[in-house]
Design a protein around this ligand. Structure first.
Ligand SMILES: Cc1cc2nc3c(=O)[nH]c(=O)nc-3n(C[C@H](O)[C@H](O)[C@H](O)COP(=O)(O)OP(=O)(O)OC[C@H]3O[C@@H](n4cnc5c(N)ncnc54)[C@H](O)[C@@H]3O)c2cc1C
Length: 469
């Protein structure tokens, strides 16, 4: 029997799920329904006036290898590019005047002005502090203060959260956003100890295998941008996604134990499926599920999102009076600047700007400054020019700009998120054949999305094999 599977939307979550499903279930009919006119969702690349602009993600890390391996499997191995060594090593903080390097090693940490001596000692003391004894969730801010002290929390934890989630460290859940840090504390009693022990293990393992030790955590992309991955995934699907299809509702029909799912879209009749998967954003899933399970729908709808504007800015190289020897800078949110940070795209990967020009991507908005995303173009550009003057002494006007506004940019895993996800999963047991995916539940990075694609494919395969038996 040929199984019918409908996946709502063709972001990286939906695409990687469809790709993994067709490997597991070669006979299945897999239909991807996408509202937009292209695949990729947030992950897409534009080329304008010789500048290569990522609309959302800028790359993927190799600390988890799901996306890297997927790219290699798709035959893209020779096209992969790593962030430059300078970008991997050097990042800066903007605290209102000029840029200060984020310390990358012990010597730099000892000499940095970012923390006082008391702040440094408090952070170094992390390895001697006991494990948390209280059960339950904890915010990133509370975790950082408890383990590393107030100064480290104000400077480093805020910068980390600004750079990845553009969220509020006092609201975001540590185990949901940074599960590895929670695991390191649980396993080794200390994050610093845990990092050191795990690095030692990896070194020993590389030595035993006779391969050079490669420190994980490098960022990857393609000379043509992340669109290359999106297009390769799409081209490798047996059935291309159906574009311009806005799904509105999903209904359960037939046998309660083995239901048929009817996916209904605006202006279309609908699709029947033995398994239906929603990988679109939570605020879309909530509406689709309202008629079949109000409680499920409301719980999903309560997952908040931030707003982010990505502003690509092209300058003449000669107009930027500094070396650009790094990834860029972060403006921690507690400094209340008009930007969250700037990536120096043309210093990170090749082919981002024409010769003698540079490309930056400023991120604006986030949880605490959502209003900025609605600023009109001239106000936004003026504000950014002011910030670039203070941070990098750039006084010239950009010769190119492109603004991409994400009204629902990155889901925010607030304290209680993992409990919510566990409850949602328990509730889903009432709806066999219905699956929820996408970046709203188990990680927002591209790696999390591609990993979830593989996990869901396995579960759906299992369900359909059992249902058939
Ligand atoms: C500005 C920004 C920068 C980021 N930087 C990085 C980074 O550097 N590295 C990293 O790893 N991650 C980064 N991320 C996170 C990562 O890009 C996302 O988590 C990931 O791309 C989400 O993929 P997705 O498929 O789950 O959802 P999305 O990409 O949001 O795709 C959802 C899709 O659903 C479709 N859709 C919505 N409603 C409907 C409907 N009713 N019917 C049909 N289709 C619908 C949309 O059109 C869209 O195509 C960034 C995200 C943003 C926004």
């Amino acid at each position: 029997m040929s199984h019918r599977i409908v996946i709502v939307c063709a972001g990286i979550s939906g695409l990687s799920l469809a790709y993994r499903l067709q490997q597991r279930l070669p006979g299945a009919t897999i239909t991807l329904l996408e509202q937009g006119d292209r695949p990729g969702g947030a992950a897409w690349t534009l080329r304008e006036n010789g500048f290569l602009v990522e609309t959302g993600p800028n790359g993927f890390l190799d600390s988890k290898r799901f996306t890297l391996e997927l790219a290699r499997e798709l035959g893209l191995g020779s096209q992969l590019v790593q962030a430059t060594e300078a970008a991997a090593k050097n990042r800066y903080l903007f605290l209102g005047h000029g840029l200060q390097p984020l310390p990358g090693g012990f010597a730099a940490f000892i000499s940095t002005d970012l923390l006082s001596w008391r702040g440094k000692l408090s952070l170094l003391w992390e390895r001697f502090r006991g494990k948390r004894t209280q059960a339950g969730d904890e915010s990133i801010d509370a975790f950082a203060r408890r383990r590393a002290g107030n100064e480290a929390a104000d400077v480093f934890a805020d910068a980390l959260v600004t750079g990845i989630y553009a969220g509020d460290p006092k609201l975001l859940s540590l185990p949901a956003c940074f599960p590895r840090l929670a695991d390191l504390e649980n396993t080794y009693g200390s994050v610093i100890k845990g990092f050191a022990r795990e690095a030692k293990k990896r070194r020993a393992d590389a030595k035993a295998r006779g391969v050079p030790y490669e420190k994980p955590g490098k960022m990857w992309s393609f000379p043509g941008g992340l669109r290359v991955l999106v297009e390769a995934l799409t081209a490798n699907l047996r059935r291309p996604p159906a574009f311009g299809v806005t799904v509105r509702a999903i209904r359960k029909t037939g046998d309660a134990k083995k239901p048929v799912w009817r996916v209904e879209a605006e202006g279309h009749d609908g699709w029947d499926a033995d398994a239906a998967v929603l990988t679109c954003p939570a605020h879309q899933q909530t509406g689709m599920l309202a008629d079949i399970d109000d409680e499920l729908s409301r719980s999903i709808g309560a997952i908040p999102y931030n707003r982010v504007a990505v502003v690509a800015l092209g300058f003449r190289r000669a107009d930027v009076p500094m070396p650009l020897d790094g990834f860029g800078f972060i403006a921690p949110q507690n400094t209340h600047r008009d930007l969250l940070g700037v990536q120096w795209c043309s210093s990170i990967y090749p082919d981002r700007a024409p010769d003698n020009f540079v490309l930056f991507r400023a991120m604006c908005g986030g949880w605490n400054r959502a209003d900025i995303v609605a600023w009109d173009e001239s106000r936004l550009l003026d504000a950014l020019r002011g910030e670039l003057r203070l941070a990098m002494n750039v006084t010239a006007a950009p010769i190119f700009h492109k603004i991409i506004r994400w009204d629902k940019a990155i889901p925010q895993y607030h304290v209680g998120h993992l409990e919510r996800v566990a409850a949602l999963e328990a509730r889903l047991q009432k709806h066999p054949g219905l699956w929820l995916g996408g970046n709203a539940y188990r990680g927002v990075a591209l790696n999390d999305c591609t990993e979830q694609g593989a996990i869901l494919a396995e579960r759906i395969h299992h369900y359909l094999s059992e249902a058939q038996g």
